[in-house]
Design a protein around this ligand. Structure first.
Ligand SMILES: Cc1cc2nc3c(=O)[nH]c(=O)nc-3n(C[C@H](O)[C@H](O)[C@H](O)COP(=O)(O)OP(=O)(O)OC[C@H]3O[C@@H](n4cnc5c(N)ncnc54)[C@H](O)[C@@H]3O)c2cc1C
Length: 396
């Protein structure tokens, strides 16, 4: 079978892969995207998993003409409330709020349901004449030469591309085929995600509470059935997370309410639950011959500070910038070298900070409690440091 030609092949139709495809097509390049999963559906009524897009990511999406398709479903996050808790049952020892208004921006971020985001991005890609979207077809093989990547797909077809992008998740088959390994740190923690309703309004504030085992996070969702609602992510040691995930709604609600120090009143679970291992992973290289590695194929971070997707999108912005700067150089060693150098540096710094933060936040010892409370007071009470930390967190 004769190989079809395309400027770019994207392996993986998650949020990062779809945004990359849209951005590169917008730059005038032809893109083929393949993903073995079925085309995304908007999700059932109990699929309330969501992801926060930080304000800089939103601005990029707006500049690319993508945000208008998402904004009606986005819940603004105007305040980040961080609390350190002590005791059993826990009570808040120290609490500080970090406001978008402190930085002169309307929101720190915007929370969007994952399924809806992917569906709408896929709709935009489907109607873009420069994008050939292949859901239900996966990447299967790779041969690279100096001038091209030859990609085999699971339907037996082949493509010749100037650049192949690995956006196919943490176990990335394309990254593996390019001979690029990854270094993984497992924390022995799991994250339990579910949606809750609660009597008190969230007032567009995201709440992070620390005690032991990891963060307990409540991120605003739109009201559900007339009641305020939030997405809960509860990090804990693996066995405890699995025990919590197995509780019935009443028992999980009671445990979550206690863990939340009752900040929004009694929490009532109202969605399916998802448990996933908390890990940090970094690819040894973010580029190979004719291959760029992005998003979770390049790096996985613990779910802290909404960094995961936003660092992934930063890979996309960087790739778009180097591709737009020199379209004739697409996929060359020099262009990919620039991309890899810029991204590896940023990701390494973020991985180190989040690793330290996660270790500190899961530690329930009295020394860690004191350190957390003191750190929170230091950052929260000194505006120059507060603003600097907030800007660094938003930079994604
Ligand atoms: C439960 C959960 C909650 C999260 N919450 C947040 C949050 O609040 N904020 C945040 O910033 N980040 C969050 N993250 C991280 C964030 O979701 C990811 O960083 C982001 O979605 C980017 O992922 P991705 O597109 O690289 O990978 P994925 O979304 O995993 O997409 C990879 C895609 O590759 C496809 N694929 C697999 N094999 C092949 C193949 N052979 N060929 C082609 N395609 C293939 C898969 O089908 C999949 O669609 C969360 C992650 C999880 C798991």
């Amino acid at each position: 079978m004769r190989a079809e030609e395309t400027d770019i092949f994207v392996s993986g139709g998650g949020i990062a892969g779809l945004v990359a495809a849209l951005g590169l097509a917008d730059a005038g390049l032809s893109v083929t995207l393949a993903d073995p999963a079925p085309a995304p559906a908007e999700g059932g009524s109990d699929d309330l998993r969501s992801t926060a897009f930080l304000e800089p990511s939103r601005r990029h999406l707006e500049a690319m003409g993508i945000w208008h398709a998402l904004r009606d479903a986005a819940t603004p996050l105007e305040v980040l409330r961080v609390a350190n808790c002590t005791g059993d049952p826990p009570r808040i020892d120290t609490e500080r709020s970090f406001r978008a208004a402190d930085l002169g921006i309307p929101a720190l971020g915007w929370n969007l349901p994952n399924a809806l985001t992917r569906r709408r991005l896929a709709d935009m890609a489907e109607s873009n004449p420069r994008i050939d979207l292949k859901f239900g077809v996966g990447f299967s093989s790779l041969v690279t030469r100096q001038n091209e990547a030859i990609v085999g797909l699971t339907d037996g077809s082949r493509l010749r591309a100037r650049l192949a992008i690995a956006a196919d998740g943490s176990a990335s088959p394309l990254r593996e085929a390019a001979g690029i390994g990854a270094e993984t740190t497992r924390y022995g923690q799991k994250a339990l995600a579910f949606a809750v309703s609660h009597p008190s309004p969230h007032n567009a504030a995201s709440t992070e509470l620390y005690r032991s085992g990891g963060a307990f996070v409540l991120v605003p969702l739109p009201d559900r059935n007339g009641a305020p609602a939030s997405a809960a992510v509860w990090m804990h040691d693996g066995p405890e997370s699995l025990r919590l995930a197995g509780l019935d709604d009443a028992a999980l609600g009671e445990a979550a309410t206690q863990r939340s120090c009752n900040v929004l009143g009694p929490l009532s679970p109202m969605s399916a639950r998802q448990v996933w291992p908390v890990m940090a992973q970094r690819a040894h290289r973010f580029a190979g011959q004719r291959v760029a590695v992005i998003a979770e194929a390049a790096h996985v971070l613990p779910p802290i500070g909404a960094q995961g997707l936003n660092v992934s999108l930063s890979d996309v912005w960087c790739l778009l910038e180097v591709a737009r700067d020199a379209p004739g150089e697409l996929g060359t060693a020099m262009q990919l070298g620039t991309f890899a150098r810029l991204r590896q540096r940023d990701v390494l710094a973020r991985t180190m900070v989040i690793d330290f933060y996660n270790r500190l936040c899961r530690d329930g010892s009295p020394a860690a409690q004191v350190l957390r409370s003191a750190g929170l007071r230091l950052v929260g009470d000194w505006p120059p440091l507060r603003d600097r930390v907030m800007r660094a967190g938003l930079a994604g």
